[in-house]
Design a protein around this ligand. Structure first.
Ligand SMILES: C[S@@+](CC[C@H](N)C(=O)[O-])C[C@H]1O[C@@H](n2cnc3c(N)ncnc32)[C@H](O)[C@@H]1O
Length: 370
């Protein structure tokens, strides 16, 4: 998560400084880890709206952009932990003595006693240790009822679950207890999940928007048709021909609190339940971006688009976007050197499995209505 965080200090931040003040609302159409939505909502007196096909992204965004005052993370955690502890204890999760293949198999067998819709059944012994998976379910079942505490806790749970997942950077497939991967699995399983939740709460709870906004699950192209003049739209669409839901299905299930029965090494829910994006299919991605640009131009909004400057696996590149956009907007470009996730691409040799990233130039395209 967080692919745009580096760019905020590397060109994108200046572009936002220049453009936000001239607009009435900021709309992040592909919010992902919500780094840009959080940045804008905190720094500028403008209502921020964030959308994504994935629920966990909407949850992350909502935790900050939907409130205009800080929350005390210490009180929030102690109340949450008090409610979750008896639920955690009911599971009687086996503690780790040594992480080896035998313990992994024992953990998977132990998890099978729980209902198939339970996060413990789905992920204990795979992405998480039994103790971690039980905390995830217990904390998810004890989330506060009322806003904004509900959104803050949900986002903290997602952030901690992302940090602890025993998988290479995202949840496409968990590490297996093989001779080479067991050490990575052990590093993840030994993490103190509650400490990671507390750390996430301390990061999220004190920060807030200047003006209250809203986050929602939604399709960028549908949302675009409802925008209005005065909106500044941020567009950071997928560049991979692999669906994001293949990588983040575990965070989706945690956001929901349960899952359909999972299958395969990756512990996926059925394909039809995973959000599918036209931007992540080579046959449809170009048309999707063209239609988006046409819809935005018709609504008279301004936009900032970021995209890698070479052809990506979904068949789109920044120059193609610029060519389309220049026909219907006043377009200006700025190229920054950036780092972006290969999303399932090969890891760079010798850098370890969590560093599946490439250095690349990324274009920032600023569009103003004609
Ligand atoms: C490149 S990532 C965005 C990263 C984000 N800017 C950040 O800083 O983390 C693209 C995001 O678009 C979402 N997405 C894909 N198709 C979409 C669509 N049609 N409408 C809205 N969101 C979509 C994906 O779920 C993914 O989170």
């Amino acid at each position: 998560m967080g692919s745009k965080r580096a760019m905020l200090g590397n060109g994108l931040g200046h572009v936002l400084d220049d453009m936000v003040g001239r607009h009435k609302r900021f709309v992040d159409l592909f919010t992902g880890s919500a780094s840009v939505a959080w940045h804008v909502a905190q720094r500028y007196p403008i209502a921020t709206f964030a959308f994504d096909l994935q629920r966990y992204s909407a949850a992350l965004a909502g935790a900050v952009i939907q409130r205009n005052s800080p929350v005390n993370p210490v009180r929030l955690w102690s109340d949450w932990l008090r409610r979750a502890t008896p639920k955690f204890e009911e599971f009687s999760a086996p503690e780790i003595k040594a992480v080896n293949a035998a313990f992994v198999m024992k953990a998977r067998k132990w998890a099978c006693q729980f209902d198939q819709t339970s996060l413990v059944h789905a992920y204990a012994g795979h992405y998480y240790s039994p103790v971690q998976a039980c905390w995830i379910q217990a904390l998810r079942d004890s989330i506060p009822q009322k806003s904004p505490n509900r959104e803050i806790c949900l986002a903290a749970l997602v952030m901690a679950a992302s940090k602890c997942a025993a998988s290479p950077g995202h949840t496409a497939q968990p590490f297996q207890p093989t001779d080479t991967a067991i050490k990575y699995l052990e590093i993840s399983w030994q993490r103190n999940f509650c400490a990671d939740v507390q750390a996430a709460l301390s990061q999220i709870a004190p920060v807030h928007a200047q003006i209250i906004g809203k986050s929602k699950v939604g399709d960028a192209n549908v949302v675009a048709s409802q925008l209005q003049p005065g909106d500044l739209v941020f567009i950071d669409p997928p560049y991979s021909a692999v669906q994001y839901s293949r990588f983040y299905h575990v965070l989706e299930a945690i956001t929901i609190g349960s899952t359909s029965p999972v299958f395969g090494v990756g512990r996926y829910p059925p394909l039809h339940e995973r959000p599918s994006s036209r931007y992540s299919q080579k046959t449809t991605a170009r048309l999707a971006i063209q239609e988006l640009l046409v819809a935005l131009a018709a609504r008279g909004v301004s936009a900032i688009i970021t995209f890698p400057d070479h052809e990506c696996s979904n068949g789109v590149d920044a120059y193609m976007i610029k060519n389309y956009a220049s026909e219907i907007f006043e377009a200006k470009t700025k190229i920054v050197s950036s780092v972006f996730s290969t999303l399932g691409g090969p890891s760079l040799s010798g850098q370890g499995p969590r560093l599946a990233r490439l250095n690349a130039d990324e274009m920032i395209l600023c569009l103003e209505p004609r």
